[in-house]
Design a protein around this ligand. Structure first.
Ligand SMILES: *Cc1c(COP(=O)(O)O)cnc(C)c1O
Length: 359
Protein backbone atom coordinates (compact mmCIF):
# COMPACT_ATOMS: atom_id res chain seq x y z
CA UNK A 1 0.00 0.00 0.00
CA UNK A 2 1.14 3.52 -0.71
CA UNK A 3 2.44 5.75 2.04
CA UNK A 4 -0.64 7.13 3.71
CA UNK A 5 0.20 10.80 3.96
CA UNK A 6 -2.90 12.75 3.02
CA UNK A 7 -4.30 16.25 2.78
CA UNK A 8 -8.01 15.73 3.27
CA UNK A 9 -10.05 18.56 1.83
CA UNK A 10 -13.54 19.24 3.14
CA UNK A 11 -15.71 21.12 0.61
CA UNK A 12 -18.57 21.42 3.12
CA UNK A 13 -16.24 23.41 5.40
CA UNK A 14 -15.39 25.67 2.47
CA UNK A 15 -19.08 26.31 1.83
CA UNK A 16 -19.59 27.01 5.53
CA UNK A 17 -16.74 29.53 5.52
CA UNK A 18 -18.04 31.25 2.39
CA UNK A 19 -21.40 31.57 4.15
CA UNK A 20 -19.58 33.12 7.12
CA UNK A 21 -18.16 35.77 4.78
CA UNK A 22 -21.70 36.45 3.54
CA UNK A 23 -23.01 36.71 7.10
CA UNK A 24 -20.28 39.14 8.09
CA UNK A 25 -20.49 41.25 4.93
CA UNK A 26 -24.13 40.93 3.85
CA UNK A 27 -24.06 44.00 1.62
CA UNK A 28 -20.86 43.18 -0.23
CA UNK A 29 -20.13 40.95 -3.15
CA UNK A 30 -17.52 38.30 -2.48
CA UNK A 31 -14.30 37.73 -4.35
CA UNK A 32 -12.96 34.29 -3.40
CA UNK A 33 -9.16 34.42 -3.45
CA UNK A 34 -7.83 31.11 -4.79
CA UNK A 35 -4.23 32.02 -5.60
CA UNK A 36 -1.38 29.57 -4.94
CA UNK A 37 -3.61 26.61 -5.83
CA UNK A 38 -6.31 27.71 -3.38
CA UNK A 39 -3.77 28.37 -0.63
CA UNK A 40 -2.37 24.88 -1.11
CA UNK A 41 -5.81 23.25 -0.89
CA UNK A 42 -5.97 22.51 -4.64
CA UNK A 43 -8.06 24.49 -7.03
CA UNK A 44 -9.79 21.46 -8.55
CA UNK A 45 -11.01 20.27 -5.14
CA UNK A 46 -12.09 23.72 -3.97
CA UNK A 47 -13.75 25.39 -6.94
CA UNK A 48 -16.95 23.30 -6.86
CA UNK A 49 -17.65 24.52 -3.32
CA UNK A 50 -17.05 28.14 -4.32
CA UNK A 51 -19.58 28.38 -7.13
CA UNK A 52 -21.66 30.79 -5.03
CA UNK A 53 -18.85 33.33 -4.93
CA UNK A 54 -19.37 36.39 -7.12
CA UNK A 55 -15.88 36.29 -8.50
CA UNK A 56 -12.53 34.54 -8.16
CA UNK A 57 -9.13 36.17 -7.70
CA UNK A 58 -5.66 34.80 -8.43
CA UNK A 59 -2.11 36.09 -8.55
CA UNK A 60 -0.84 34.63 -11.81
CA UNK A 61 -1.88 34.03 -15.37
CA UNK A 62 -1.19 30.30 -14.94
CA UNK A 63 -3.58 30.15 -12.01
CA UNK A 64 -6.25 31.90 -14.06
CA UNK A 65 -5.67 29.48 -16.91
CA UNK A 66 -6.13 26.56 -14.52
CA UNK A 67 -9.52 27.97 -13.49
CA UNK A 68 -10.65 28.17 -17.12
CA UNK A 69 -9.31 24.66 -17.84
CA UNK A 70 -11.54 23.38 -15.08
CA UNK A 71 -14.44 24.88 -17.01
CA UNK A 72 -15.18 27.58 -14.46
CA UNK A 73 -16.83 30.63 -15.99
CA UNK A 74 -16.93 32.99 -12.99
CA UNK A 75 -15.30 36.38 -13.46
CA UNK A 76 -11.60 36.14 -12.58
CA UNK A 77 -9.42 38.99 -11.34
CA UNK A 78 -5.66 38.98 -11.72
CA UNK A 79 -4.68 40.60 -8.42
CA UNK A 80 -1.46 42.04 -9.80
CA UNK A 81 -2.53 42.46 -13.40
CA UNK A 82 -0.17 41.20 -16.08
CA UNK A 83 3.56 41.60 -15.50
CA UNK A 84 4.53 41.43 -19.20
CA UNK A 85 2.48 43.36 -21.71
CA UNK A 86 2.82 40.44 -24.14
CA UNK A 87 0.43 38.59 -21.83
CA UNK A 88 -2.46 40.93 -22.61
CA UNK A 89 -3.42 38.65 -25.51
CA UNK A 90 -3.70 35.66 -23.21
CA UNK A 91 -5.58 37.70 -20.62
CA UNK A 92 -8.05 38.62 -23.33
CA UNK A 93 -8.44 35.01 -24.47
CA UNK A 94 -9.09 33.91 -20.89
CA UNK A 95 -11.49 36.83 -20.27
CA UNK A 96 -9.56 38.05 -17.22
CA UNK A 97 -10.16 41.24 -15.30
CA UNK A 98 -7.01 43.16 -14.52
CA UNK A 99 -5.76 45.02 -11.52
CA UNK A 100 -3.89 48.11 -12.65
CA UNK A 101 -1.32 49.13 -10.08
CA UNK A 102 1.21 51.10 -12.13
CA UNK A 103 1.26 53.73 -14.86
CA UNK A 104 3.40 51.36 -16.96
CA UNK A 105 0.42 49.00 -17.09
CA UNK A 106 -1.78 51.83 -18.37
CA UNK A 107 0.77 52.64 -21.07
CA UNK A 108 0.76 48.97 -22.09
CA UNK A 109 -3.04 48.86 -22.28
CA UNK A 110 -3.11 52.03 -24.37
CA UNK A 111 -0.60 50.48 -26.77
CA UNK A 112 -2.59 47.26 -26.83
CA UNK A 113 -5.51 49.46 -27.82
CA UNK A 114 -8.19 47.99 -25.55
CA UNK A 115 -8.82 46.24 -22.27
CA UNK A 116 -9.32 42.46 -22.01
CA UNK A 117 -12.62 43.07 -20.20
CA UNK A 118 -15.05 45.94 -19.67
CA UNK A 119 -14.26 46.17 -15.97
CA UNK A 120 -10.86 47.17 -14.57
CA UNK A 121 -9.64 47.51 -10.99
CA UNK A 122 -7.40 50.47 -10.20
CA UNK A 123 -5.17 49.72 -7.25
CA UNK A 124 -4.16 52.66 -5.14
CA UNK A 125 -1.31 52.67 -2.66
CA UNK A 126 -2.77 54.08 0.54
CA UNK A 127 0.23 53.34 2.73
CA UNK A 128 1.42 49.74 2.39
CA UNK A 129 3.92 50.74 -0.31
CA UNK A 130 4.03 47.44 -2.11
CA UNK A 131 1.78 47.84 -5.14
CA UNK A 132 -0.50 50.63 -6.25
CA UNK A 133 -0.48 53.98 -7.99
CA UNK A 134 0.22 56.90 -5.69
CA UNK A 135 -2.88 58.70 -4.45
CA UNK A 136 -1.89 61.83 -6.43
CA UNK A 137 -1.84 59.81 -9.66
CA UNK A 138 -5.13 58.06 -9.09
CA UNK A 139 -7.53 60.56 -10.62
CA UNK A 140 -5.46 60.84 -13.76
CA UNK A 141 -4.99 57.05 -13.97
CA UNK A 142 -8.71 56.49 -13.51
CA UNK A 143 -9.52 58.87 -16.35
CA UNK A 144 -7.03 57.22 -18.72
CA UNK A 145 -8.43 53.78 -17.98
CA UNK A 146 -12.01 54.90 -18.57
CA UNK A 147 -10.92 56.35 -21.90
CA UNK A 148 -9.73 52.94 -23.16
CA UNK A 149 -11.94 51.39 -25.84
CA UNK A 150 -14.39 48.92 -24.30
CA UNK A 151 -13.91 49.95 -20.68
CA UNK A 152 -17.16 50.61 -18.85
CA UNK A 153 -16.21 50.48 -15.22
CA UNK A 154 -13.05 51.20 -13.23
CA UNK A 155 -13.25 50.08 -9.62
CA UNK A 156 -11.08 51.28 -6.79
CA UNK A 157 -8.93 48.84 -4.79
CA UNK A 158 -6.45 49.11 -1.98
CA UNK A 159 -4.75 46.63 0.33
CA UNK A 160 -4.13 46.87 4.08
CA UNK A 161 -0.70 46.24 5.58
CA UNK A 162 -1.89 45.63 9.16
CA UNK A 163 -5.58 44.73 9.14
CA UNK A 164 -4.80 41.84 11.49
CA UNK A 165 -3.72 44.29 14.23
CA UNK A 166 -6.75 45.70 16.02
CA UNK A 167 -6.63 49.47 16.38
CA UNK A 168 -3.80 49.90 13.90
CA UNK A 169 -3.15 53.54 13.16
CA UNK A 170 -1.81 52.65 9.74
CA UNK A 171 -5.10 50.98 8.80
CA UNK A 172 -7.03 54.07 9.90
CA UNK A 173 -4.75 56.23 7.77
CA UNK A 174 -5.15 53.90 4.80
CA UNK A 175 -8.96 54.05 5.05
CA UNK A 176 -8.88 57.83 5.28
CA UNK A 177 -6.71 58.14 2.15
CA UNK A 178 -8.89 55.64 0.31
CA UNK A 179 -12.07 57.49 1.23
CA UNK A 180 -10.70 60.81 0.05
CA UNK A 181 -10.16 59.27 -3.40
CA UNK A 182 -13.37 57.28 -3.40
CA UNK A 183 -15.29 60.53 -2.90
CA UNK A 184 -13.78 61.90 -6.10
CA UNK A 185 -14.00 58.84 -8.32
CA UNK A 186 -16.79 56.70 -9.72
CA UNK A 187 -16.56 52.96 -9.46
CA UNK A 188 -17.11 50.29 -6.86
CA UNK A 189 -14.83 49.99 -3.85
CA UNK A 190 -12.83 47.00 -2.65
CA UNK A 191 -10.65 47.13 0.45
CA UNK A 192 -11.07 44.22 2.81
CA UNK A 193 -9.04 41.02 3.02
CA UNK A 194 -10.02 38.36 5.59
CA UNK A 195 -8.72 40.27 8.61
CA UNK A 196 -10.61 43.39 7.56
CA UNK A 197 -13.78 41.39 6.83
CA UNK A 198 -13.63 39.96 10.34
CA UNK A 199 -12.54 43.17 12.07
CA UNK A 200 -14.70 46.07 10.92
CA UNK A 201 -17.86 46.32 8.84
CA UNK A 202 -16.92 49.87 7.83
CA UNK A 203 -14.28 48.37 5.57
CA UNK A 204 -16.54 45.95 3.68
CA UNK A 205 -17.69 48.33 0.92
CA UNK A 206 -18.96 46.96 -2.43
CA UNK A 207 -16.58 44.00 -2.66
CA UNK A 208 -14.61 41.97 -0.15
CA UNK A 209 -11.59 39.81 -0.97
CA UNK A 210 -11.77 36.69 1.16
CA UNK A 211 -8.70 34.49 1.21
CA UNK A 212 -7.42 32.70 4.29
CA UNK A 213 -10.76 32.69 6.13
CA UNK A 214 -12.35 30.69 3.32
CA UNK A 215 -9.98 27.89 4.23
CA UNK A 216 -11.08 28.09 7.86
CA UNK A 217 -7.91 29.76 9.09
CA UNK A 218 -7.70 32.85 11.26
CA UNK A 219 -5.64 35.83 10.08
CA UNK A 220 -5.21 36.93 13.71
CA UNK A 221 -2.29 35.79 15.86
CA UNK A 222 -4.39 35.43 19.01
CA UNK A 223 -7.44 33.60 17.63
CA UNK A 224 -8.00 30.37 15.75
CA UNK A 225 -10.45 29.77 12.94
CA UNK A 226 -12.70 27.95 15.36
CA UNK A 227 -12.84 31.05 17.60
CA UNK A 228 -14.20 32.89 14.57
CA UNK A 229 -16.74 30.17 13.71
CA UNK A 230 -14.74 28.99 10.72
CA UNK A 231 -14.13 25.34 9.87
CA UNK A 232 -10.76 23.99 8.73
CA UNK A 233 -10.85 22.87 5.11
CA UNK A 234 -7.56 20.96 5.16
CA UNK A 235 -6.76 18.16 7.58
CA UNK A 236 -3.23 16.84 7.15
CA UNK A 237 -2.91 13.24 8.25
CA UNK A 238 -0.53 10.33 8.21
CA UNK A 239 -0.08 7.13 10.19
CA UNK A 240 2.26 5.51 12.68
CA UNK A 241 4.81 3.39 10.81
CA UNK A 242 6.75 2.19 13.88
CA UNK A 243 6.66 2.31 17.65
CA UNK A 244 9.88 2.00 19.61
CA UNK A 245 10.87 1.86 23.22
CA UNK A 246 13.48 4.43 24.20
CA UNK A 247 15.08 4.06 27.64
CA UNK A 248 15.62 7.04 29.94
CA UNK A 249 18.84 8.90 29.22
CA UNK A 250 18.87 8.13 25.49
CA UNK A 251 18.44 10.80 22.80
CA UNK A 252 16.05 10.92 19.85
CA UNK A 253 16.56 12.09 16.27
CA UNK A 254 18.95 14.36 14.40
CA UNK A 255 21.26 16.47 16.46
CA UNK A 256 20.14 14.57 19.55
CA UNK A 257 17.99 17.56 20.43
CA UNK A 258 15.56 15.57 22.54
CA UNK A 259 16.73 13.61 25.60
CA UNK A 260 14.41 11.06 27.19
CA UNK A 261 13.99 11.89 30.89
CA UNK A 262 12.06 8.63 31.40
CA UNK A 263 11.45 5.38 29.53
CA UNK A 264 9.34 6.36 26.54
CA UNK A 265 7.25 4.92 23.76
CA UNK A 266 8.10 6.82 20.62
CA UNK A 267 5.79 6.66 17.61
CA UNK A 268 7.29 7.33 14.21
CA UNK A 269 4.82 8.93 11.78
CA UNK A 270 5.27 8.98 8.02
CA UNK A 271 5.49 12.70 7.40
CA UNK A 272 8.31 15.24 7.48
CA UNK A 273 9.55 18.45 5.97
CA UNK A 274 9.70 16.70 2.59
CA UNK A 275 5.91 16.72 2.80
CA UNK A 276 5.65 20.29 4.02
CA UNK A 277 5.47 19.69 7.75
CA UNK A 278 7.72 22.47 9.10
CA UNK A 279 11.15 21.49 10.35
CA UNK A 280 11.24 24.55 12.58
CA UNK A 281 8.67 23.29 15.12
CA UNK A 282 9.87 22.80 18.67
CA UNK A 283 9.76 19.73 20.89
CA UNK A 284 6.34 19.49 22.51
CA UNK A 285 4.42 20.58 19.41
CA UNK A 286 1.02 18.84 19.55
CA UNK A 287 0.17 15.98 17.20
CA UNK A 288 -3.03 13.92 17.39
CA UNK A 289 -2.65 10.15 17.55
CA UNK A 290 -6.05 8.46 17.41
CA UNK A 291 -7.50 11.94 18.01
CA UNK A 292 -5.60 12.23 21.30
CA UNK A 293 -3.01 14.90 21.97
CA UNK A 294 0.59 13.70 21.92
CA UNK A 295 3.80 15.70 21.64
CA UNK A 296 6.64 15.87 19.18
CA UNK A 297 9.95 14.61 20.58
CA UNK A 298 13.03 15.30 18.48
CA UNK A 299 13.70 17.12 15.23
CA UNK A 300 11.46 16.77 12.20
CA UNK A 301 13.23 14.71 9.49
CA UNK A 302 12.55 14.84 5.77
CA UNK A 303 10.24 11.80 5.82
CA UNK A 304 9.39 11.19 9.46
CA UNK A 305 8.60 12.68 12.83
CA UNK A 306 9.01 11.15 16.27
CA UNK A 307 6.18 11.43 18.79
CA UNK A 308 6.03 10.86 22.53
CA UNK A 309 3.07 8.46 22.87
CA UNK A 310 2.41 9.17 26.55
CA UNK A 311 -0.90 10.80 25.61
CA UNK A 312 -2.02 7.68 23.75
CA UNK A 313 -0.49 4.57 25.34
CA UNK A 314 -2.77 2.19 23.40
CA UNK A 315 -1.42 3.44 20.04
CA UNK A 316 -0.53 0.77 17.45
CA UNK A 317 1.36 0.84 14.17
CA UNK A 318 -1.03 1.99 11.44
CA UNK A 319 -3.02 4.28 13.74
CA UNK A 320 -3.98 7.67 12.31
CA UNK A 321 -1.94 10.76 13.07
CA UNK A 322 -3.27 14.28 12.49
CA UNK A 323 -0.74 17.04 11.99
CA UNK A 324 -3.28 19.84 11.68
CA UNK A 325 -6.86 20.51 10.70
CA UNK A 326 -9.94 19.12 12.47
CA UNK A 327 -9.17 18.95 16.19
CA UNK A 328 -5.77 20.65 15.89
CA UNK A 329 -5.67 24.18 14.47
CA UNK A 330 -2.95 24.80 11.88
CA UNK A 331 -2.54 28.18 13.59
CA UNK A 332 -1.15 26.33 16.65
CA UNK A 333 1.45 24.56 14.54
CA UNK A 334 2.34 27.78 12.72
CA UNK A 335 2.98 29.51 16.04
CA UNK A 336 5.27 26.64 17.10
CA UNK A 337 7.09 26.95 13.76
CA UNK A 338 7.43 30.71 14.13
CA UNK A 339 5.47 31.41 10.95
CA UNK A 340 1.89 31.98 9.83
CA UNK A 341 -0.62 29.32 8.87
CA UNK A 342 -0.81 30.79 5.33
CA UNK A 343 2.73 29.54 4.74
CA UNK A 344 2.15 26.04 6.11
CA UNK A 345 -0.85 25.26 3.92
CA UNK A 346 0.83 26.71 0.83
CA UNK A 347 3.95 24.65 1.41
CA UNK A 348 2.50 21.13 1.24
CA UNK A 349 4.65 19.29 -1.30
CA UNK A 350 3.72 17.14 -4.26
CA UNK A 351 4.48 13.99 -2.34
CA UNK A 352 1.28 14.40 -0.31
CA UNK A 353 -1.87 12.95 -1.84
CA UNK A 354 -5.03 15.02 -1.77
CA UNK A 355 -8.47 13.64 -1.21
CA UNK A 356 -11.82 15.38 -1.08
CA UNK A 357 -14.08 14.22 1.74
CA UNK A 358 -17.84 14.63 2.32
CA UNK A 359 -18.69 14.83 -1.36
C1 LIG B 1 -3.98 37.31 -1.11
C2 LIG B 1 -4.71 38.58 -1.19
C3 LIG B 1 -5.93 38.75 -0.49
C4 LIG B 1 -6.48 37.74 0.46
O1 LIG B 1 -5.94 37.97 1.75
P1 LIG B 1 -6.34 37.06 2.98
O2 LIG B 1 -5.59 37.63 4.11
O3 LIG B 1 -5.89 35.68 2.65
O4 LIG B 1 -7.81 37.15 3.11
C5 LIG B 1 -6.60 39.94 -0.67
N1 LIG B 1 -6.13 40.89 -1.50
C6 LIG B 1 -4.97 40.77 -2.16
C7 LIG B 1 -4.49 41.86 -3.04
C8 LIG B 1 -4.22 39.61 -2.03
O5 LIG B 1 -3.06 39.49 -2.69
Amino acid sequence: MARNTLAQIDPAALTHNLNRVRELAPHSRVMAVVKADAYGHRLDLCLPALDQADMLAVATLEEARAIRRLGNGLPVLLLEGVIHSSDLVVATDLDLELTIHHLDQINALEQFGRSPTARLWLKVDTGMHRLGVAAEQAVHAHRRLLALPGVEQVNLVSHFASADEPGSELTARQVERFDRLANELDGEQCLANSAAILADSGWHRDWVRAGIMLYGISPFADRTGEDLDLKPVMTLTSELMAINHVPAGEVIGYGARFRAERDMHIGVAAIGYGDGYPRSVSDGTPVLVNSRVCRLAGRVSMDMITIDLEGCPEARVGDPVTLWGRGLPVETIAARADTIAYELVCRITRRVRYRSINL
